[in-house]
Design a binder for this molecule. Structure first.
Ligand code: ADP
Ligand code: MG
Length: 374
């Protein structure tokens, strides 16, 4: 068992609280991503797991063992950073062999293991090259090979794709995912890129200012964000703010946004979140009218920015569309009211939360129509 557990961890640097009393588990054999903006404490979390730094307070466990004060050299963690940090004058073979040599492995063992991991990262035949003879993506795969060659208990990846251009990023991302699946190694990745987090992770820990904003699967964070910050960080979001009554959220400006209203009493203030891919442009009468102010054609998807007559901006992402709408066009908008997610933080702030927030959130995915208070 290599579950990593933080119990009330705080890390301060002078007056800066890099990590502010967090408790979280990173599951054994799973892929966990620490996601958050720059300065939110992500690298500090990895450094705490690796033993590069010690917490100011709180304890860290791996499995059932308290490792809070265990030296880094005894933690058996593999690390990959943004910059490949390969030794430039050593061959690929020697770079990968390095951690094994430190551990005094035999020459036969080294040859066997380096050969194995070179195959795993699909770089057979590159053993005798020097790092500068490889592409950035290949170099990062060497760094990955070096991090797993000694069979670490935990693999730690700090923005491993950040220095790569788009195509290479995708290549290495696929590599990392395949490797993690085949090895089943407990992996913790740090990134500020939500797309990367969504594509790689079993679980995402969303950080903001040294605190945990939300923990969940990519699906939960995307469809059921706990806060406005989470909704905005995990993709584009339309925020429908106002007072709930008669099956809709009524904005102060006068827009009427159809929404379900489970657990709301008439007159309650609420913020609904609607993903742009839930908004459809309709030929006939919709639920709202809007004028197209921007068309962003990306091939697979067209991203429209619209404005209501009252001036609220709305986003609609439409796929598989042949006839594109033009800028300036007046269009009808429609969506399924059940797809509006009522942001729990907007409810809790006003004391409108249901007794059991978890049950309430689950309800939103399969809203029980008969329970909707209208
Ligand atoms: P992230 O990786 O999410 O960008 P970090 O974990 O590197 O964030 O940093 C979190 C906060 O702690 C930041 O405000 C950063 O400036 C501060 N910090 C990190 N390391 C140090 C350090 N060695 N000394 C002082 N402040 C630090
Ligand atoms: Mg960092």
């Amino acid at each position: 068992m290599t579950r990593v557990r933080f119990n009330g961890i705080t890390k301060t640097y002078g007056s800066v609280r890099a990590i502010d009393n967090i408790s979280v588990s990173m599951h054994s054999g799973a892929f966990t991503t620490i996601l958050g903006p720059s300065g939110s404490g992500k690298t500090t979390i990895l450094s705490l797991i690796a033993g590069i730094i010690e917490p100011t307070s709180g304890t860290i466990e791996v499995g059932e063992r308290d490792i809070t004060h265990l030296p880094a050299s005894e933690r058996n963690t593999g690390l990959v950073f943004q910059s490949y940090a390969l030794f430039p004058h050593m061959t690929i073979f020697d770079n990968i062999a390095f951690p094994l040599r430190i551990r005094k492995a035999s020459a036969t063992e080294i040859k066997r293991r380096v050969g194995e991991v070179l195959t795993q990262v699909r770089l057979e035949g590159f053993a005798d090259r020097k790092p500068h003879q490889l592409s950035g993506g290949q170099q990062q795969r060497v760094a990955l090979a070096r991090a797993i060659v000694f069979k670490p208990d935990i693999l730690l990846l700090d923005e491993p794709l950040a220095a790569l251009d788009r195509n290479l990023r995708e290549e290495v991302r696929i590599e990392i995912r395949a490797l993690q699946h085949s090895l089943g190694i407990t992996t913790v990745l740090v990134t500020h890129d939500q797309e990367e987090a969504m594509s790689l992770s079993d679980h995402v820990v969303l950080m903001s200012h040294g605190r945990i904003e939300q923990v969940g699967t990519p699906d939960e964070l995307y469809h059921r964000p706990a806060t406005r910050f989470a909704a905005g960080f995990l993709g584009t979001a339309n925020f429908l703010e106002g007072t709930w009554r008669d099956g809709a959220i009524h904005s102060e400006r006068g827009e009427i946004f159809p929404s379900h209203g489970k657990a709301l009493s008439p007159g309650a203030r609420v913020t609904g979140m609607l993903r742009p891919d839930e908004v459809r442009l309709a030929a006939g009468p919709g639920v709202l009218e809007g004028r197209i102010v921007d068309v962003d054609f990306l091939g697979e998807v067209v991203r429209y920015t619209l404005s209501t007559a009252q001036g609220q901006e709305l986003r609609a992402h439409v796929t598989g569309q042949h006839a594109r709408h033009r800028e300036g066009a007046q269009v009808h908008l429609t969506w399924d009211p059940d797809r509006v997610w009522l942001l729990p933080d907007s409810l809790e702030a006003k004391g409108e939360a249901a007794d059991d927030p978890a049950a309430d959130r689950a309800e939103h995915l399969h809203p029980a129509k008969e329970r909707i208070t209208q």
